[in-house]
Write a protein that binds this ligand. Structure first.
Ligand code: HOZ
Length: 429
């Protein structure tokens, strides 16, 4: 596989951009390679500067559920751009996208657009703290809610301690009100909720964890969070930046039947353009400025291009049979990969929720971040590199999810399964 042109660009990028990239995971450091520089994408395929073509399972980390350059999105964006890129003033497009989200997600009566998942999560946290007059936030190890200081934490030693800064530059003061506990561990979670009950402003969770690979909630886990928050008067925040409109049109909360108090959105609602949003009941959302006192702002929030791309995307997702079709193709891929590993005698533990999935190289179950970190990362890195050589573009980290789009046809899925058979067959058992 030729990579000279990408390497040349990467060398130049590193003189101008920290790490040569504008977001760390795409630097491919964890898999021991260097990034490919992409020139264009169409359907389920992306193309790099060296002329290589890949079947894309990153999908811009989730937004591209329709595949790349879907005609309806291209048309909507072209039309919007012809009328101007940004006004910094309200538009009917914002009302239309807000209505689509409110109609889709029963727990959401009002929604505020922002520009990233990070902004959505940090704003939801601020709103929860304002609404409760409390400070402590409970999150879960391995769940990622963007890089706001209060949420950029590593789990402390032990199973339920005050978090420690997850990066230099994050002061202890920013995280001394954040507690991180193991995902899927109801006992530890309920203990911390009981211990700090009237101090806990919010519990924030990825209802399906997609930032530690793919870890599904155990039966009863999400309900335990709901019940505890009802008991303590804490705000339950579902971070559906990744799962919103991905695992179901109404998101994971619809799939699992649990209603959070606030929901964070992103990715798919922008159709590939920078967007985030947070929403919930009028009691909470009416506290957000300028209607209420909780300040949050953004120059490009509600940007007409992002709104147009989001509206056209959600209109496609609303069409009858969309998720049913995605379920068939996602199941075919996941079953094919799992069977390929089994036939090759390669221990793999996988999880799939709708069209997002993940594989760990271990024969043990993976219920949380600690389990995920025990999987064989060397084998993952080998799998990643060998799949790339065969034209399959996966996320360059064990701790990311893979995404199937409606553009992934039988040919692409069959090619992917064939490539996996070759790789599993070549793994030294
Ligand atoms: N937030 C992305 C993972 N869920 C990472 C994107 C990147 O660093 O390139």
């Amino acid at each position: 596989m030729k990579t000279e042109a990408s390497k040349t660009l990467f060398n130049r990028a590193q003189t101008l951009i920290p790490g040569g990239v504008n977001s760390p995971v795409r630097a491919c450091k964890s898999v021991g390679t260097t990034p490919l520089f992409i020139t264009r994408a169409q359907g389920c395929y992306i193309h790099d500067v060296d002329g290589n073509q890949f079947i894309d399972y990153v999908g811009s980390w989730g937004p591209m559920i329709l595949g790349h350059c879907h005609p309806a999105i291209v048309e909507a964006l072209t039309h919007a751009l012809s009328r101007g890129a940004s006004y910094g003033a309200p538009t009917e497009l914002e009302i239309e996208l807000a209505q689509l989200i409110v109609d889709a997600v029963t727990s959401v009566d009002m929604v505020r657009m922002v520009n990233s998942g990070t902004e959505a999560a940090m704003s939801a946290i601020r709103l929860a703290r304002a609404a409760t007059g409390r400070d402590i936030i409970v999150k879960f190890d391995g769940c990622y809610h963007g890089h706001a200081d209060a949420l950029l934490v590593d789990a402390g030693s032990g199973v339920a301690t005050l978090a420690i800064p997850g990066s230099p530059g994050v002061p202890n003061a920013a995280v001394n009100c954040t507690v991180s506990v193991p995902y899927n561990n109801v006992e530890v979670f309920e203990r911390i909720m009981d211990e700090k009950a009237d101090q806990i402003a919010a519990v924030i969770v990825e209802p399906v964890a997609g930032n530690m690979g793919l870890v599904a909630p155990k039966d009863g886990f999400l309900k335990a969070l709901r019940d505890s928050c009802d008991k303590t008067g804490s705000v339950l925040i579902f971070d559906e930046v990744m799962t919103g409109f991905r695992v179901a049109y109404g998101g994971a909360q619809t799939l699992y039947g649990i209603k959070p108090d606030l929901t964070c959105f992103g990715k798919i609602i922008g159709g590939g353009l920078p967007v985030g949003a947070y929403g919930g009941g009028k009691d909470l959302m009416s506290m957000v400025a300028p209607q209420g006192p909780v300040y949050q702002a953004g120059t490009l929030s509600g940007n007409p291009l992002a709104m147009a791309a989001g509206i056209s995307t959600l209109k496609e997702l609303k069409k009858t049979g969309f998720y049913e079709g995605l379920e068939v193709s996602s199941n075919r891929l996941f079953s094919g990969l799992s069977n390929a590993a089994e036939q090759a005698g390669v221990p793999v533990t996988g999880a799939r929720v709708g069209s997002m999935m993940g594989l760990y190289f271990t024969d043990s179950p993976v219920f949380n971040y600690s389990d995920a970190k025990k999987s064989d990362l060397k084998r993952f890195n080998y799998y990643y590199r060998k799949m790339l050589e065969q034209g399959i573009y996966l996320a360059p980290s064990q701790f990311e999810a893979s995404f199937v789009s409606s553009a992934h046809d039988d040919h692409a899925i069959d090619k992917t399964i064939e490539a996996a058979k070759n790789v599993f067959g070549s793994l030294q058992i």
